[in-house]
Design a protein around this ligand. Structure first.
Ligand SMILES: Nc1ncnc2c1ncn2[C@@H]1O[C@H](COP(=O)(O)OP(=O)(O)OP(=O)(O)O)[C@@H](O)[C@H]1O
Ligand SMILES: [Mg+2]
Length: 415
């Protein structure tokens, strides 16, 4: 069976995770190596210190190389941050052949036409994803090539980001010695890892809650309609503990991971409610109320869920999600978070984990690794179409010119 070795690097706010894997035609991934290291130099999904980010990326890559015995040259890299925004755009063309049969070139022209959007010059396009086609007014066509018609329209979802934020990420990866096959919006990668085609057909919101950002993507009728990034994540839960319970940051993170719950229970016997934890001074111990801890976490969880819901509502598709919400990312592992969300929103909520893994897959079939695994699936599905030839310059800070990338998108998404 055909297989390809692909590398994904998830440069997250709390961790950098590099995965080397063989992706088989049937979608199964044989994981050859994983390199995990705490992230540095990132804030809410964007690089704020290049040297620190380079070190973290290089460490993660080296670990994955050692484990896999594979020399990593290029990788698919996730991108996130509040600078990301998205819009839906239609492109229209007249079908060019005399017999009115629609060809790839008509589709390509329609997609190109959809990209003529007014964009401030400090932004650039990250993805142009054709969702569906309209032929002479007939909507919802997934593959128009070979059909007959006069007028071809394409509906696309366009994701853009700030040039500087994107370039700082590209620079950091390149300085760590890695060429970029493609930049992929983190939620689109996570979606590849945890959503089924059926979820996307029925209508689903994918919500990846990491350390610094919550990334949302809404799929309806198999296509992507809305993507956005909200700057909240697991770090906010930890910081709330620091502020309210007056603990050091490490202690707060420890308490969250060990005792945290998104639904606070009634304080029972005070003797069992109190837990001992490290204080600020070396050796100092302090008593923390477990129920108070969980009240703090529940308050934050409710706020995060409200923010997510507002974002889904802003997309205009909240009534079109029979498959509900699929949660992934490290922060959704706080016990009962999914239950709280189900109670608050009254729609199905489940936790999505990467599936269909073999090899060194221990512990990566969990929510924090959805993005990294998804990058491999994205790479296998859409290919490495975006890489322009590396020119003479020693440091290339673009992943291709707009035109080269455009050609890439066509190869990537044409039916
Ligand atoms: N069992 C758990 N309970 C509660 N929180 C958890 C648990 N495990 C991990 N987390 C939290 O998940 C967050 C990290 O998630 P993840 O690894 O998905 O982030 P990231 O990908 O580095 O960040 P981002 O995607 O925001 O850039 C941290 O805030 C961590 O405290
Ligand atoms: Mg993440």
């Amino acid at each position: 069976m055909a297989q390809r070795t692909i590398v994904g690097i998830d440069v997250g706010t709390t961790k950098v995770c590099t995965i080397v894997g063989q992706v088989h035609d049937n979608g199964r991934i044989n994981v050859l190596g994983v390199g995990l290291t705490p992230s540095k130099g990132l804030d809410k999904g964007v690089v704020v210190n290049i040297d620190d980010a380079v070190n973290a990326i290089a460490t993660s890559v080296e670990k994955a190389e050692r484990l896999s015995g594979y020399r990593i040259g290029t990788a698919f890299v996730g991108v996130s941050g509040r600078h990301i925004s998205s819009l839906n755009s239609r492109g229209v063309v007249a079908v060019s052949r005399a017999d009115h049969e629609i060809t790839r070139s008509d589709v390509a022209r329609a997609v190109e036409n959809a990209q003529t959007i007014a964009m401030p010059n400090q932004r650039e396009i990250i993805h142009v994803i054709p969702r569906a086609y309209v032929v002479d007014g007939h909507e919802g066509i997934r593959d128009p090539i070979g059909m007959s018609g006069f007028r071809l329209e394409v509906e696309t979802h366009i994701v853009t980001g700030e040039v500087m934020a994107i370039q700082n990420l590209i620079k950091s990866v390149q300085r760590a010695g890695i060429e970029i096959d493609d930049l992929v919006l983190q939620t689109l990668a996570s979606g590849e890892a945890v959503l089924t085609p059926d979820d996307k057909d029925r209508g689903v919101a994918l919500v990846d809650i990491g350390g610094g950002t919550t990334d949302i993507a809404v799929f309806v009728e198999g296509g992507i309609w809305h993507t956005s990034v909200v700057p909240v994540g697991g770090n906010h839960f930890t910081n709330d503990i620091v502020v309210v319970l007056k603990t050091p940051h490490n202690t707060a993170e420890y308490l969250k991971l060990k005792y945290g719950m998104a639904i606070a229970e009634e304080p029972g016997d005070p003797a069992t409610d109190l837990i001992e934890a490290e204080g600020f001074a070396p050796g100092e111990r302090q008593q923390i109320s477990r129920s108070l801890l969980n009240q703090v976490l529940q308050a934050r969880a409710e706020e995060v869920i409200e923010q997510i819901y507002n974002e889904i509502r802003r997309s205009g598709y909240e009534g079109l999600l029979p498959a509900g919400v699929v949660l992934t990312g490290g922060a959704v592992q706080i016990p009962r978070f999914d239950e709280l969300m189900r109670d608050m929103l009254g729609i199905p909520v489940r936790i999505g984990v990467p599936t269909d893994l073999a090899g060194l897959s221990d512990a990566i079939d969990t929510p924090p690794y959805a993005t990294a695994i998804g990058l491999l699936r994205w790479g296998a599905r859409h290919g490495m179409a975006m890489l322009p030839p590396t020119g003479g310059s020693s440091e290339r800070t673009h992943v291709g010119s707009a035109y080269e990338r455009f050609k890439g998108w066509l190869k990537e998404f044409l039916p």
